[in-house]
Design a protein around this ligand. Structure first.
Ligand code: NAP
Ligand code: G4F
Length: 340
């Protein structure tokens, strides 16, 4: 019989790719969707069309901060696997909304764990918790691995540390199959437009076509270990298929600065970024994470995972996608790089 999975955060970047991945593996996929007065399902609308996937995608209204309703849902659908991807995932925003971020990222994760614990009394299940490289913060060693101490530098990172430790606590206390995937930054053409990579590729495409002149950015010196989101959802799934639950760093093992990403994108469009980028002090953070670089030896050796998309290809995929998007603004139709 085919497996079933619940994805919280299915409308987000990772949730949408994970839904596609699991549907292709013939899972019954359930997704938790927040009620919105305007559309928040654009990343998964293509999966919801009549006749696609033999009715194997079910969406349920809900919110990870509503623990009782979440427990009711989980007891009702009895998933074999849960992927907790729901989050207020923007680090800068977490400084403006620290309590809200804690509710969603910290208490929300606890609600998922607690609901899973109740289901486990009658049925075994496996749970993936989306942990973050932001937890390393003011890094204590480089590269960062599973044993590197955490030193969070934002309300978001503090909340993720809480969720991470609760996941381990539930694994140890109740014998649950809970995995923390400590994911380093991963991006795609579905990345939210206020994260730096997508902000750059969206602006570069529009600048190329004369729709925009300037791009305002903050700290260009920050370095991130940037991968491609599709590679990371495969890692999430692999981590739940192993015989024992564990924690894994998921990373490319290469680091680049924001400036290098900027240069790669503008170079691809035959533009000079220096002509268009201005530094806006308001985009600097109260506390910055300067340098992230992951050591993913454990997941590579234990689960055989490895990323397929490198930094240059990632920048190219996102740039080409967003040039086409800008082209639609101008021409209302497809627009190819060759035509630019
Ligand atoms: P994302 O695009 O921001 O998606 C977040 C998802 O969570 C969206 O579906 C959002 O719904 C949903 N959500 C927010 N608050 C919720 C709530 N209270 N109840 C239910 N759902 C809620 O994030 P992502 O990049 O896909 O990341 C997925 C997960 O991995 C997150 O937990 C993130 O913190 C973590 N992570 C991401 C990265 C990365 O580089 N992408 C790295 C490390 C860890 P709406 O669509 O309605 O807003
Ligand atoms: O793209 P960012 O906003 O991502 P950040 O803060 O690294 O967080 C992302 O990755 C984490 C994993 O490490 C996730 F847990 C988290 O949920 C999220 O997905 O910023 C990257 C860097 C920062 O150093 C920031 O200061 O880019 C710098 N930056 C410079 N100018 C900017 C900007 N970031 C944003 N968002 N906007 C700017 O204008």
């Amino acid at each position: 019989m085919s497996k079933s999975a619940l994805i919280t955060g299915i409308t987000g970047q990772d949730g949408s790719y994970l839904a596609e991945f699991l549907l292709a593996k013939k899972y019954q996929v359930h997704g938790l969707v927040r009620r919105s007065s305007s559309g928040n399902t654009t990343r998964i609308d293509h999966l919801c069309k009549d006749g696609t996937h033999d009715g194997r995608l079910d969406l349920h209204h809900g919110d990870v901060t509503d623990g009782q309703a979440l427990a009711n849902l989980i007891l009702q659908i009895q998933p074999d696997e849960i992927y907790n991807l729901a989050a207020q995932s923007h680090v800068r925003v977490s400084f403006d909304q620290p309590a809200y971020t804690l509710q969603v990222v910290g208490a929300g994760a606890l609600n998922v764990l607690e609901a899973a614990r109740q289901l486990q009394e009658t049925k075994p299940l496996r749970l993936f918790q989306a942990s973050s490289s932001e937890m390393y913060g003011d890094v204590r060693e480089t590269p960062q691995r599973e044993t590197t101490p955490f030193c969070p530098q934002s309300p978001y990172a503090c909340a993720k540390v809480y969720a991470h430790h609760q996941a381990i606590n539930y694994r140890q206390s109740f014998g649950m199959f809970v995995v923390n995937g400590i994911m380093f930054n991963h991006e795609s053409e579905r990345r939210g437009e206020t994260f730096v990579t997508r902000k750059i590729t969206r602006a570069a495409g529009r600048i190329k076509l004369g729709l925009q002149k300037k791009l305002y950015l903050g700290n260009l010196d920050a370095k991130r270990d940037w991968g491609y989101a599709q590679d990371y959802v495969q890692a999430m799934w692999l981590a739940l298929q192993h015989s024992v639950p564990d924690d894994y760093v998921i990373a490319t093992e290469k680091t680049h600065s924001v400036r290098q990403f900027l240069a790669a994108v503008f170079r691809r469009l035959d533009l000079s970024w220096q002509d268009h980028v201005e530094i806006d002090q308001r985009l600097f953070r109260p506390s910055e994470v300067h340098h992230l670089l992951g050591d993913s030896t454990k997941i590579r050796q234990t689960l055989g995972w490895q990323p397929k998309t490198n930094f240059e290809n990632l920048a190219a995929i996102m740039t080409d996608h967003d040039l086409e998007l800008a082209g639609r603004e101008v021409y209302g139709q497809r627009f190819d790089l060759e035509g630019a």
